[in-house]
Design a binder for this molecule. Structure first.
Ligand code: SF4
Length: 475
């Protein structure tokens, strides 16, 4: 059986990073990454945060099964949160699934795939949670080509100069609605030396921007699994050490829990010039009563205090957030307080969802549930307000200059001028016309501009992005 693979990724950036690592590890072992129709091995990396996650994975597997016609040995591996929940159940329902692995099992997935390629009758389950961060083989292996993904957004949102580096796995917070501690296990921080070694290597390989990833990066180094082994390095210190890597132009991190953000991390926004002026700080709800039921362990006042401190440290910082609408017991008054927090903080953008029960979490047993129609109507109101704030905020940037890191050609390319998509320092999408630059480099197929920085003037704010023009040559 040909060692050819194709990865389909659902969900968060941690899943994208896991798929990225898995692809690099397989490439380093001589596997080939190919188009879906040419692959003998499919890896489906799953997410259970959104609604009906199992159905989504089942329908994806059903779709991939169609490729089995004429390829009887074709194999699927299912990883991530849904794999952790359903486990061996996948073997019964889809016999072509021969590997299931949870987030602690990712480290063993390349060996398991090698074993499956050798033995067509083998089935492997990697579902145990481990006590410490499972350091991955091949993580430092340079590869010639950047892996490509089918993320559920339709295409990758990062270019070759952007690297995602895991610093921890799992979470200890047990927020009432969240399934992560059950599907990704308890928090385990990665040793700082391993984080730094991977970051240095990624910069040497061409990364100009690094995003440090974890479910709750602000509690990095505080878990029992890492205390003693992590040389006392907390998240603020880790940020400083990564920021000091020569050649690193941009540093980001996600996700932050407001209850754990250290004043030293807030100060870092004013002290580290390559720490990008952007922070995703999940609020989840604007009412103290709802926050308490959610088990978030902060209140409005604490959240607003952090926002004030961040803006004092870095006035231009762009804040984004997550919000849940219709949490059990949420009243109209509670919801009004969420709207009010959105107005006060003026988030640049937000991910907002209607609450839905997840199996086994505390909020599944909470009552009264908010009627679906009421929750949907509230979500519409919240998103309308966000859209208006986003528009105003983008509009305020017209005429200003920004440095844009180019990611890829903009999706819509006709015979007209050539546009490139990139991001400014705060992570906003900027589309730029770059005709002259491509003409100067006719031999590149559009790839070599990805990863370059270009100074741009913002011409126009669109609904969710900016349109700009270059005011200097890319570097
Ligand atoms: S902090 Fe809360 S919402 Fe975030 S992963 Fe942990 S339990 Fe889930």
């Amino acid at each position: 059986m040909d060692k050819t693979f194709h990865i389909v990724t659902f969900g968060c950036q941690m899943n994208v990073a896991d798929s990225d690592w898995l692809a690099r590890a397989l490439l380093a072992r001589g596997w080939r990454q190919v188009a879906e129709e040419d692959a003998w091995f499919f890896v489906v990396n799953t997410c259970s945060v959104r609604d009906k996650p199992e159905q989504k994975v089942y329908s994806e597997l059903g779709r991939l099964l169609a490729h089995q016609r004429g390829k009887p040995g074709l194999t699927a591996a299912v990883g991530g949160c849904v794999a952790q929940q359903i486990g061996r159940g996948f073997f019964e329902r889809f016999p072509f699934v021969r590997l299931v692995f949870g987030s602690d099992g990712v480290a063993g997935a390349p060996d398991a795939l090698d074993a499956l390629a050798e033995d067509p009758s083998a089935r492997i389950a990697l579902l145990d949670f481990l006590a410490a961060y499972p350091e991955r083989q091949d993580v430092l292996t340079p590869v010639a080509a950047a892996p490509a993904f089918d993320a559920d957004q339709g295409e990758p949102d990062a270019g070759p100069a952007q690297a995602f580096v895991n610093i921890m796995q799992g979470c200890d917070n047990f927020c009432a609605y969240c399934i992560v501690p059950y599907t990704r296990g308890r928090q385990k921080s990665r040793h700082p030396d391993a984080v730094l070694a991977e970051c240095r290597l990624r910069v040497e390989q061409g990364a100009r921007e690094i995003t440090l990833l974890g479910q709750n990066v602000n509690s990095y180094g505080l878990d029992p699994a890492s205390r003693g082994g992590g040389a006392g390095v907390g998240f603020a210190e880790l940020l400083r050490q990564v920021a000091a890597i020569p050649g690193l132009v941009r540093l980001r991190f996600t996700t932050s829990h407001p209850k754990d953000i250290d004043p030293a991390v807030v100060r870092a926004f004013g002290e580290l010039s390559n720490l990008c002026p952007a922070l995703h700080l999940p609020l989840q709800a604007g009412s103290d009563a709802v926050l308490k039921r959610m088990g978030r362990k902060y209140d409005r006042a604490r959240y607003l205090g952090i926002v004030a401190d961040l803006r004092a440290a870095r006035p231009e910082i762009a804040l984004t957030t997550d919000l849940i609408v219709g949490f059990p017991g949420e009243t109209e008054d509670d919801f009004q307080q969420t709207l009010e927090m959105m107005e006060r903080v003026r988030f640049e953008s937000s991910f907002s969802f209607c609450y839905s029960d997840r199996p086994g979490v505390a909020s599944a047993r909470m009552t009264p549930k908010v009627e679906e129609a009421v929750a949907k109507a509230r979500l519409n109101r919240l998103q309308s307000l966000q859209n208006a704030i986003t528009k105003e905020s983008l509009k305020s940037l017209e005429g200003r200059e920004a440095v844009v890191l180019l990611e890829a050609k903009s999706r819509k390319q006709d015979d007209g001028p050539s546009f490139w998509r990139g991001r400014d320092e705060a992570g906003r999408v900027v589309n730029l016309r770059l005709d002259g630059v491509e003409a100067a480099q006719p031999q590149n197929a559009g790839l070599e501009l990805a990863g370059l920085l270009v100074r741009a003037r913002i011409l126009e704010a669109k609904n969710h992005s900016l349109l700009g023009e270059k005011v200097g040559q890319p570097w």
